[in-house]
Design a protein around this ligand. Structure first.
Ligand SMILES: [Zn+2]
Length: 51
C-alpha cells in the first residue's frame, strides 16, 4: 500500500510505501524512512481516506 505525502527531503508530494510491521513510511524517491508519527491521526486519516 502507498499513500501520497509531502516529503520534506524531496520537497514534493511522493508516494510513500507503508511498512506496517515497522510502523514506518518509506519514500519511494529518496528512500527515507519516517515513523507514522508525528501525527498518527492524520496519517491514519490518509490511509483510510485513500479508497
Ligand atoms: Zn523523499
Amino acid at each position: 500500500m502507498t499513500i501520497q505525502l509531502d516529503c520534506p527531503w524531496c520537497q514534493d508530494e511522493i508516494a510513500f510505501e507503508v511498512d506496517e510491521t515497522a510502523d514506518e513510511l518509506v519514500c519511494s524517491e529518496c528512500g527515507i524512512r519516517t515513523e507514522f508519527a508525528p501525527d498518527p491521526v492524520a496519517t491514519f486519516g490518509l490511509l483510510y481516506d485513500a479508497a
